[in-house]
Design a protein around this ligand. Sequence first.
Ligand code: GLU
Length: 290
Amino acid sequence: MTQSDKIITRFAPSPSGYLHLGHAYSAKLNYDFALEHNGEFIIRIEDIDHLRCKTEYEDAIFEDLKWLGFNWQTPIRRQSEHFEDYANALSKLDDMGLLYPCFCTRRDIRNEIEESTRAPHLGPKMGPEGIIYPGICKHLTNSERDQKIAEGIPHAMRLDLKKALKLVKEPLCWTDLKTGKQTADPKLLGDVVLARKDFPTSYHLSVVVDDHIQGITNVIRGEDLYYASHFHRLLQFLLDLDTPTYDHHPLLTTKDGTRLAKRNKSITLKSIRKSGTPPDKIDKLIKSYL
Ligand code: GLU
């Protein structure tokens, strides 16, 4: 399926915790946008991480969304049922010579960074989402790679950004609903992991593949994913996928400026529901955190 004239939005939660008010805000923006444009609102369950995702959370997501008054088409797409789509995308990038295995543990990366900070001119490169992977495994020889694989050392697959960027001949742009034309700067995130050690894809890879397959025309999601969008634009180019229009909405925060998070129990939709708050009070509650 490709993009059509019909507006299609999606709310794509991960069932790794209970939804909170911020999710309700995001879901509502997607729902209302689709409704206003006579479009379609889709729910997608992003459950590739089998260690963190639980049925209990998934059940609660549906209860929360029903309580908020949403309705949606079924069956819904569950990422854990589509690993083949992600494997195909990954093998396309591999065939293009753009991937390399990374055997690093978090500790390896930390050690490398500590080493490099001893020589300050070589200090760690920082991106908007923290330290950029310092490329340790990029420099392994083929036989070193083969040996590690033969030893059964688990590995992730990373995108070789430098090689990928050589294929980009003109600026990669997208339209952001409020801020207009954006030019992607994929360097911001470095050699991103596209297949993790514990499961054979990643958030970044799955999300661009799914948005394309599902014909999503408008991705409305939090500002925290603005830099991810820069990288997603590159993946869309490399994999020849559609680029939706984006909208990055502000995040809900407490009075001291802390972002609402799944671990903060008091603002989960489940607890708000259980406390007897009627769903029509949610908009007001959301505004109080904006
Ligand atoms: N599963 C992601 C999350 O819960 C969705 C991100 C996106 O909308 O692309 O944050």
